[in-house]
Ligand binder design. Structure first.
Ligand SMILES: NC(=O)c1ccc[n+]([C@@H]2O[C@H](COP(=O)([O-])OP(=O)(O)OC[C@H]3O[C@@H](n4cnc5c(N)ncnc54)[C@H](OP(=O)(O)O)[C@@H]3O)[C@@H](O)[C@H]2O)c1
Length: 274
């Protein structure tokens, strides 16, 4: 038996975190396309890790249960990295809500039952959650704690008006959900947190920077207080801190890492806020 890191979503951020936190562990890479899972596993094998690649859609509970079973057969699950997602320019409203909002919530429900003592998980949320139009305290509580199977039936979730709003709602839910789940994960001695990145250079960011909202994202990049986009390795450094022994007191928290984009949005020279 060997300690396992499970990474869902074999893209830029998922791979970078898996590589950074998994020395001496087996990495189980799950992705909705087998091709991407295989490609990531190969890169990780070449970097010195034992890996297993499998096909799993994060929004399919049966597939996630198969990932759980596979991981448990390899060894104790020390880490979960939820880095599977679709962005506003990549998918319609229904797919964004199903993958980013429901899929993440259901995944945390299932892994919260099987994490090893001392294990830790991270969800990749987004700065977009910080731009979500205000919700009531009751709506926030529902996003944090309603059973995953009920989330897509909530009126205010069904009422999202476009793909950007669906993404913002999903990412808001991701960041709240780790609070709700942290209480349950603690019963197993495990921790769960989220990271909300700004523009990080990956294929997903490429689609945003060149898709239907390209003007908005290009302007955000230009005005970024940090003066540049971020890299997956910078997200991995933060994840290593949160998930490792120095992060032992951190659970149920969200970490914004966006080069100052949110600060600029609310309080920069062009801010529309009062
Ligand atoms: N990059 C950014 O600027 C940025 C900013 C804020 C938040 N995020 C979040 O970071 C997370 C990771 O994105 P990334 O930037 O690393 O993008 P990425 O490189 O495109 O990775 C996303 C991965 O998720 C996989 N995936 C998509 N739908 C899936 C599903 N239903 N089930 C399982 N896997 C699925 C994709 O597979 P295929 O490629 O095979 O389709 C891809 O491997 C996302 O949740 C995204 O919202 C990214």
């Amino acid at each position: 038996m060997k300690d396992v890191t499970v990474v869902i979503g074999a893209g830029g951020i998922g791979q970078a975190i898996a590589r950074r936190i998994s020395s001496g562990r087996h990495i189980l890479v799950a992705n909705h396309t087998q091709k991407s899972a295989d490609a990531a596993a190969k890169v990780l094998e070449n970097a010195g890790f034992e890996t297993t690649a499998m096909q799993a859609d994060v929004s399919d509970r049966a597939m996630i249960l198969a990932v759980v079973a596979k991981a448990k057969a390899i060894g104790p699950i020390r880490a979960l990295v939820q880095a599977a997602g679709v962005s506003p320019s990549q998918a319609p409203i229904e797919a964004i809500l199903k993958v980013d909002l429901y899929g993440t919530s259901m995944l945390l429900e299932e892994f919260g039952k099987v994490m090893a003592e001392g294990g830790s998980g991270v969800v990749i949320s987004s700065q977009s959650g910080y731009r979500m139009p205000a919700l009531t305290a009751e709506q926030d509580a529902l996003l944090a704690t309603a059973p995953a199977d009920k989330l897509l039936d909530l009126d205010f979730v069904k009422g999202v008006k476009d793909t950007l709003h669906a993404y913002q709602m999903s990412k808001r839910c991701n960041s709240l959900r780790v609070r709700g789940e942290a209480v349950k994960w603690a019963k197993r001695g495990a921790r769960i947190n989220s990271i909300s990145p700004g523009i990080i250079v990956t294929p997903l960011a490429h689609d945003e920077l060149h898709g239907e909202r390209a003007d908005f994202y290009q302007a955000m990049l230009k005005k970024m207080p940090a003066g540049r986009a971020g890299t997956p390795d910078e997200i991995a450094s933060l994840a290593a801190l949160i998930m490792g022994p120095e992060g032992g007191f951190i659970t149920g928290s969200d970490f914004l890492i966006d080069g100052g984009a949110t600060a600029n949005f609310y309080y920069g020279p062009d801010a529309k806020q009062p």
